[in-house]
Design a protein around this ligand. Structure first.
Ligand SMILES: *[C@@H]1O[C@H](CO)[C@@H](O)[C@H](O)[C@H]1NC(C)=O
Ligand SMILES: *[C@@H]1O[C@H](CO)[C@@H](O)[C@H](O)[C@H]1NC(C)=O
Ligand SMILES: *[C@@H]1O[C@H](CO)[C@@H](O)[C@H](O)[C@H]1NC(C)=O
Ligand SMILES: *[C@@H]1O[C@H](CO)[C@@H](O)[C@H](O)[C@H]1NC(C)=O
Ligand SMILES: *[C@@H]1O[C@H](CO)[C@@H](O)[C@H](O)[C@H]1NC(C)=O
Ligand SMILES: CC(=O)N[C@H]1CO[C@H](CO)[C@@H](O)[C@@H]1O
Length: 733
C-alpha cells in the first residue's frame, strides 16, 4: 500500500515536472538528435530523459538432485548437487507520463523461457490484484540466459520433457515463484531514472560452431561483418535520478552457455551465471552502484556460437579436428567430437573453462559499465506488443513478392547427432542411449508418426526425423503456436525471440526492425534480440544455412522460410510501437496448456533415514585442522534429500568465518567456489550424505573458518524437519 502511494506521488510529481512550456517529450528527444550530440560523458547528461525504472532479483533454484538437467537433453545427466544458485532477474521500464505503458524483461537462469512458465507468471500477475494490472501478456517478456546446467522438467511440451521423465510441479513452481518475486521486487523499486546504452568487445568470448553453415550466406553479406559471430556486448544501464546511482544493468552477448559439459551434474548458471555473479559481487559497496545492484546477462543471437573457443576435436586418439562440414570423426560419427574450452586440459566437466568464459563476459560488461561513452535512451515512450501465431502451413508474401510457407514443427536428422558442444542430444531416437531405460520414451515412442506428404514437401530440403508438429497424442510434442513479441523504449527495441537465432539470422532480423523503425524514429534504432524467450521453439537459421542441414538447420522447426516469417510478423506490427500507438494486435490462438495433463515418471522423496549412531547433520568426515589458501576444503555430513526443501532465498551450505569472536557467514550457495554434492548411501533406508567442498583457490583469504550444512529430513509420515550441521573450525593460511 505504502509503495502504491509512493508511486502515485512520484507519478504526479513527474507529470507536473513534465508539464512545462516546451513541447512534448518525443519532440525534445528528436531535438536532442538534431542538436547533434547523443553521446554523454560520465553521469551528467543534460539531454537525457526520465523513465520509471526498477530492477529485482530472486532465487529460482529447483530440485538440485535426482532430476534431469535442461539443455543437453541427456537422460544420464541427472543432478547431484549445486555449484551456484539460479536466479530470475527482472527489469521494468515505464513511461513517466503514461505509466501503464511499461514492460518487464525477465532473464531466467534457465535453458529458455517457456509456455508453462509464462502462463504461471501471467496468472500470478492477475492474482496479485490491481497494483499488478499493468503487467499482462503484451509486456511481460520471459527471456533466459540459456544455461544448460539448471534442473529440467518444467517444459510445457512433451519432447523436451522426454529426457527428464516428464513434468515436475516442484521444478516448475520454483521458477514461476522466483520470477514473480523478482517482478515484485522490481516493481517495488520503481522510481525515476535514466537509461543509457554502452558496449564493449568480448575478447575470445565465442566461436562459431557451424562455420560450414554460416559460409552458405552470400559473401557480400558476410563481408559486411568482421566475424562469424557477433563479438560485442551491449549494456543497458538503469540509473536512478535521486542520486545517480546505478540500480542494475541488462546486457546482451551471444554465446552458448555450454561451458559446463554434458557430464556435469551440479546446478549452475554456466558462463552467464558466472558473469552476473562476478559483476554483482564487484559492485557491492561501490560508489557507483545502488544497494541490491542487479546484473542481467541475457542471451542474444547465439545459436551457432560456442564457448568452446579452442575448436572441436576428435577424442578418439587421432589428434584430428572434427570434420568441417558435419563435425564427425574418423568413424563417421559425431560421438567423439567435443568442443574444447580454454581450460579443457583440466578434464573437469568444464568448470574451469566455464569460470574463464564467464570472466571474459564480466570483463567486457565491466568495461562497458565504466565507459564514458554512453548513448542515452531518449524518446520517452515505452511500447510493446505480443501475440500468438500458428506456424503450421502459414502462407505469406516475401518482400520480393513471392509466396512462402511455414510448416508444422519438424526436426531433421542432424538434430539427433547433437553439436560439438555435446554430441548425441536426443540420440535416444537411434536407440543407443536411454531408450530402453526411459519409461516415458517407452510410453510415447510408439506414437511417433511419419510426416504427411504436405509436411515433407513443406520442410524440404530437411528430411524430417521427428514430425513433432503433427503429433498431439497424448498432448502436443512441440509448439506450432509461437510468441511474437517486441518491446520498445525510446530508440531501443528488444525482440523477445522464442527461437535460438544464428548469428546471421539475428543480424537480418535486427536490420529489418531497424529499417522499419526509421519510419517513426529520428535517431538510429538500437535493436537487441533476446531469448530463447516465452516458449522454446528450438533454432532458427537463415534460408541459405537451412540448405545444408547441420544441427541448427535440422532444429529449425518451421521450415526454410522461418526467419522471413518472424521478420514479417514483427515488422508488419511495428505500428503498435509508434509514439502514438494506443492499441494492441489481436491475441492470436492460445497455445495448449499441458501443465495439468503432462506425464511424469519422476518419483518423490519417500523418506530419509540416518544410520544407528549417526543423526542428520552429523559431521561424518571433518575438514583438516589447517589448509593453505588454494587447497580444496572438504567435509561430509549425514544428510537428507534436498528435494524436501528447496531453501529458496536461503542456502544448503555456508562458510562461516570467526571475526572478533563471532561466527559470520561469508559464503553461501550463491558462491561459485562453494559446492554441494549429495548422494544416497542406502536406497532402502533413505540414508544419504553430502560433501561440502570449498575451492579456496577462487576468492578466499586467510582466517579461521567452519563449514555449515542446512538440511531437511522427511519421515515415513511425510513430516519434514529442518536440521543443520557444523564442522570443526579450521585455519586457512
Ligand atoms: C561428413 O562429411 C564428409 C566430408 O566433409 C563426408 O566424407 C562424410 O561422408 C560425411 N559424413 C556423414 C556421416 O555425413
Ligand atoms: C567430461 O567430458 C569431457 C568431454 O568429453 C571429458 O574430457 C572429461 O574427461 C569428462 N569428465 C569426467 C569426469 O567424466
Ligand atoms: C500456400 O502455399 C503453398 C506452398 O507454396 C501452396 O501450394 C498453396 O497453394 C498456398 N495456399 C494458398 C491458400 O495460397
Ligand atoms: C507479411 O505477409 C503479409 C501476408 O502475405 C503481407 O501482406 C505483408 O506485406 C508482409 N509484410 C511484410 C512486412 O513483409
Ligand atoms: C570430498 O570428499 C568426498 C568423500 O570422501 C570425496 O568423494 C570427494 O571426491 C572429495 N572431493 C574433493 C574435491 O576432494
Ligand atoms: C571467423 C571465425 O569465427 N572463425 C572461426 C570459426 O570456427 C572455427 C573452428 O570451428 C575457427 O577455426 C575459426 O577461426
Amino acid at each position: 500500500m505504502f509503495l502504491r502511494v509512493l508511486l502515485v506521488l512520484l507519478l504526479t510529481f513527474t507529470a507536473l515536472a513534465n508539464a512545462g512550456p516546451t513541447a512534448g517529450k518525443a519532440e525534445s528527444a528528436f531535438n536532442a538528435k538534431r542538436d547533434g550530440d547523443e553521446k554523454v560523458k560520465g553521469r551528467q547528461a543534460p539531454d537525457r530523459q526520465k523513465y520509471l525504472i526498477g530492477v529485482g532479483k530472486a532465487d529460482i533454484t529447483g530440485p538440485v538432485v535426482e532430476l534431469g538437467l535442461a539443455g543437453y537433453a541427456d537422460l544420464a545427466q541427472t543432478g547431484t548437487g549445486l555449484r551456484q544458485r539460479l536466479y530470475s532477474r527482472s527489469f521494468i521500464v515505464a513511461d513517466v507520463d503514461n505509466p501503464e505503458d511499461r514492460f518487464v524483461y525477465i532473464v531466467l537462469d534457465t535453458q529458455s523461457g517457456d509456455t508453462a512458465i509464462r502462463f504461471g507468471i501471467l496468472e500470478a500477475m492477475v492474482a496479485l490484484g490491481e497494483e499488478y494490472s499493468p503487467y499482462r501478456g503484451h509486456n511481460v517478456a520471459v527471456a533466459s540466459t540459456h544455461s544448460h546446467a539448471g534442473p529440467a522438467a518444467w517444459y510445457n511440451y512433451l519432447l523436451p520433457q522426454v529426457t527428464s521423465l516428464g513434468f515436475d510441479r516442484q521444478s516448475y513452481q520454483a521458477i514461476v515463484d522466483g520470477a514473480v518475486l523478482s517482478i515484485k521486487r522490481a516493481h517495488e523499486s520503481l522510481q525515476e531514472g535514466y537509461l543509457d546504452v554502452s558496449s564493449a568487445e568480448v575478447v575470445d568470448g565465442a566461436i562459431n560452431r557451424s562455420l560450414w553453415s554460416y559460409m552458405q550466406n552470400p559473401g557480400a553479406e558476410r563481408n559486411r561483418y568482421g566475424s562469424a559471430t557477433d563479438t560485442t556486448l551491449t549494456l543497458l544501464r538503469f540509473q536512478r535520478a535521486s542520486d545517480n546511482k546505478n540500480m542494475g544493468v541488462l546486457t546482451w552477448f551471444p554465446v552458448h552457455p555450454t561451458s559446463l559439459l554434458g557430464n556435469n551434474t551440479h546446478i549452475a548458471g554456466d558462463n552467464k551465471g558466472v558473469a552476473a555473479w562476478m559483476l554483482e559481487e564487484a559492485l557491492k559497496g561501490d560508489d557507483s552502484a545502488a544497494d541490491g545492484f542487479v546484473a542481467g546477462f541475457s542471451q542474444a543471437n547465439h545459436a551457432d556460437t560456442s564457448p568452446n573457443v579452442l575448436g572441436a576435436w576428435c577424442e578418439d586418439g587421432s589428434g584430428q579436428m572434427c570434420s568441417f562440414e558435419n563435425s564427425t570423426c574418423a568413424d563417421g560419427r559425431s560421438q567423439s567430437c567435443h568442443g574444447r574450452g580454454p581450460e579443457f586440459r583440466s578434464l573437469d566437466l568444464g568448470v574451469k573453462s566455464c569460470y574463464e568464459m564467464g570472466r571474459r563476459q564480466y570483463n567486457a560488461a565491466r568495461e562497458a559499465y565504466d565507459s564514458l561513452e554512453y548513448t542515452p535512451v531518449v524518446g520517452g515512450s515505452v511500447k510493446s506488443f505480443h501475440f500468438y501465431h500458428d506456424m503450421s502451413f502459414w502462407n505469406f508474401t516475401l518482400p520480393d513478392g513471392t509466396q512462402a510457407q511455414t510448416c508444422p514443427a519438424g526436426l531433421g536428422h542432424s538434430f539427433a547427432a547433437g553439436t560439438t558442444d555435446w554430441p548425441g542430444a536426443f540420440d535416444f531416437t537411434q536407440g543407443d542411449s536411454g531408450e530402453a531405460n526411459n519409461p516415458l520414451w517407452n510410453v510415447v515412442s510408439g506414437l511417433l508418426r511419419t510426416p504427411s506428404e504436405q509436411q515433407k514437401k513443406c520442410q524440404e530440403p530437411k528430411p524430417v526425423l521427428l514430425d513433432v508438429g503433427e503429433m498431439t497424442v497424448p498432448y502436443p510434442w512441440s509448439p506450432n503456436i509461437v510468441d511474437i513479441q517486441l518491446l520498445r523504449v525510446g530508440q531501443l527495441f528488444i525482440i523477445a525471440s522464442p527461437v535460438e537465432v544464428t548469428t546471421m539470422a539475428g543480424r537480418r532480423w535486427k536490420n529489418a526492425i531497424a529499417a522499419e523503425a526509421e519510419s517513426f524514429l529520428d535517431q538510429d534504432a538500437i535493436v537487441m534480440v533476446g531469448g530463447p524467450a516465452n516458449t522454446y521453439a528450438h533454432y532458427m537459421v537463415t534460408r541459405e544455412e537451412y540448405q545444408v542441414q547441420r544441427y541448427e538447420g535440422a532444429s529449425t522447426l518451421f521450415g526454410q522460410y522461418e526467419l522471413e516469417a518472424f521478420i514479417n510478423l514483427t515488422v508488419s506490427n511495428m505500428n503498435y510501437l509508434t509514439p502514438e500507438a494506443n492499441s494492441l494486435p489481436a491475441p492470436g490462438p492460445t497455445p495448449p496448456d499441458n501443465r495439468g495433463n503432462s506425464l511424469s515418471f519422476i518419483t518423490g522423496v519417500v523418506q530419509d533415514g540416518a544410520p544407528i549412531g549417526s543423526s542428520f547433520g552429523r559431521v561424518v568426515r571433518q575438514p583438516a585442522a589447517s589448509y593453505s589458501v588454494g587447497a580444496v576444503v572438504n567435509a561430509t555430513f549425514q544428510a537428507a534429500n534436498p528435494r524436501n526443501n528447496l531453501r529458496l532465498e536461503g542456502t544448503y551450505t555456508a562458510v562461516e568465518q570467526l571475526v572478533g569472536g563471532t561466527w559470520t557467514r561469508v559464503r553461501d550457495d550463491a558462491d561459485w567456489f562453494l559446492v554441494f554434492t549429495w548422494r544416497r548411501t542406502n536406497w532402502l533406508l533413505g540414508y544419504s550424505e553430502v560433501d561440502v567442498t570449498w575451492e579456496t583457490a577462487g576468492n578466499a583469504s586467510p582466517g579461521t573458518y567452519r563449514l555449515k550444512y542446512y538440511g531437511d529430513s522427511k519421515n515415513l509420515l511425510g513430516t519434514v524437519r529442518a536440521f543443520e550441521g557444523t564442522t570443526n573450525s579450521f585455519e586457512l593460511r
